[in-house]
Design a binder for this molecule. Structure first.
Ligand code: HEM
Length: 451
């Protein structure tokens, strides 16, 4: 209730609080004031409307085609099993894809992660998150916070802050080039104009107040979209691959659904045919349930006046929240919570597979407890864009390739030797730094024979 209810008497705290202190400038994600957030969010929404998504799709598709090309790359001569392609670490390759998509959409230029490998920017997003998470929950954080100003950290030689400054400079240059493209848009027909995130952010206007993004905010918001959209979509896709290769029954069923629906890979696009595939959506939602890319506490601080939550009076200043990983493994909502069962999302699925009746009530309970994208006024603005990317990537991969786990690969998997909380073999391991650190799985791809 503290999250979903627009009028809940709470504000954001924790990681976002730390972010406000460490970073210069404010973005929609971290701004605490609720009215200021609502005004910013109205502008940001422009970039995610249905109309905008239609125009964004061609950039997403171009990157996914390139990604599939890399998955098809053959092994070096002399290696065994030449009909299977090169080994691909999905944690890395899903990030490369998501990252290049966002470079293209936010700054009009791919980051070339697929071509050149991981860049300092990918590492920076993770190291910033680790840094912010560490100081956000220190018991002595009130004493530490004054020392975490960017200027002080820069003098102290903090590498993350130095790289942040470089990132700002680099995206400043990219934005200048992107402005030049926008200026040349004016002479072009509507169809030929480049309509990416940058375009929509630049032209976003609040119809009531006439407010627009200031140029400095525009750069910050574009950088936010890269940080918010890359590791999240990538965790979801690598988790989905992780569970598919460990569950051959599910993999075969998903391949069957996709291959029977589309006659050609180029038919796989954003639209009713794709979004209407129940098992594909079930696989993605099940991966998001078991491995939520933002797995932890989205904490909120109760404001003066307190708040009534579930019959309890919560006094002002209390920090409240429920970690998404925990909610999404609650047996009450998700029977057999540690099993990858896409059928739980599909009404009428065979009880012989699930071990329980998948009634409409059960599906609706599962949907209402699903919080991978958060809920309420501060939920994920990029949800539809993320589904577009995930559905197209997973469907095209299933259509084009057979996939298998590299022999002996256990990267990313839990096990008794890893200690308490990580002992489950077969569970994809996430480390919660607000976004998720993870490894593997390493897969091989084989082009499917299509007659
Ligand atoms: C599977 C993929 C994704 C997941 C699971 C996810 C999850 C989330 C979650 C849990 C939040 C709330 C964070 C909080 O309360 O602090 C959030 C916010 C946000 N997400 Fe996503 N996200 C995903 C993809 C994306 C993409 C692709 C974009 C943009 C390109 C994006 C942009 C944002 C932004 C801008 C916010 C802040 C919204 C606001 O505060 O108003 N996300 N996301």
């Amino acid at each position: 209730d503290a999250m979903a209810n627009r009028r809940a008497n709470v504000i954001k705290t924790g990681w976002t609080d730390a972010s406000m202190r460490v970073n210069v400038g404010v973005t929609t994600h971290v701004v605490a004031d609720r009215q200021l957030h609502a005004a910013r969010r109205k502008l940001l929404n422009h970039a995610f409307s249905e109309g905008a998504l239609k125009n964004l799709e061609k950039f997403v598709l171009a990157n996914i085609r390139e990604w599939c090309g890399y998955m098809a790359e053959p092994k070096e001569n002399g290696e065994k099993d030449l009909q299977w392609g090169k080994e691909r670490d999905m944690a890395q390759w899903s990030t490369n894809l998501a990252f290049d998509v966002l470079g293209d959409l936010c700054f009009g230029k791919s980051f070339n992660a697929m071509k050149q490998g991981s860049s300092y920017i990918q590492k920076l997003i993770m190291s910033s998150s680790v840094f912010q998470m560490t100081i956000a929950y220190l018991p002595i954080r009130e004493f530490i916070f004054p020392l975490t100003k960017p200027s002080i950290l820069f003098v102290l030689g903090n590498e993350t802050i130095k790289q942040k400054v470089k990132y700002r400079q680099d995206i400043g240059a990219m934005v200048q080039d992107r402005f030049a493209v926008e200026n040349s848009n004016s002479g072009k027909s509507d169809h030929d104009q480049r309509k990416d995130f940058f375009h929509y952010l630049l032209h976003a206007k609040n119809p009531e107040t006439g407010e627009t993004f200031k140029p400095i905010d525009l750069v910050g918001e574009a950088a936010l979209l890269v940080a918010a959209g890359a590791d999240t979509s990538s965790t979801a896709m690598s988790a989905c691959f992780f569970y598919l290769v460990r569950n051959p029954r599910v993999l075969r069923k998903l391949q069957g659904e996709v291959r029977a629906t589309f006659d050609d890979v180029e038919e796989i696009k954003w639209g009713a045919k794709l979004t209407g595939l129940p098992y594909l959506r079930g696989c993605i939602d099940e991966a998001l349930r078991m491995s939520p890319p933002v797995p932890g506490l989205l904490d909120r601080r109760v404001l003066p006046g307190g708040m009534l939550i579930d019959g309890h009076n919560i006094p002002a200043g209390t920090v409240v929240g429920a970690p998404t990983y925990t909610v999404q493994h609650n047996e009450q909502y998700y029977p057999r919570p540690f099993e990858f069962l896409p059928e739980r999302w599909v009404e009428g699925s065979e009880p012989s597979v699930t071990g329980f009746e998948v009634t409409p009530e059960r599906v609706s309970m599962a949907k209402s407890a699903f919080h991978a994208f958060s809920s309420g006024p501060r939920n994920c603005v990029g949800k539809n864009m993320a589904y577009m990317e995930m559905l197209i990537t997973m469907a095209r991969t299933m259509w084009l390739f057979d996939i298998r786990l590299k022999e002996g690969d256990r990267s990313g998997e839990g096990g008794p030797e890893l200690g308490p909380g990580r002992e489950r073999a077969g569970e994809y391991q996430l480390t919660d730094w607000f976004i998720s650190e993870r490894h593997g799985p390493v897969l091989e791809f084989k082009k499917r024979e299509v007659f």
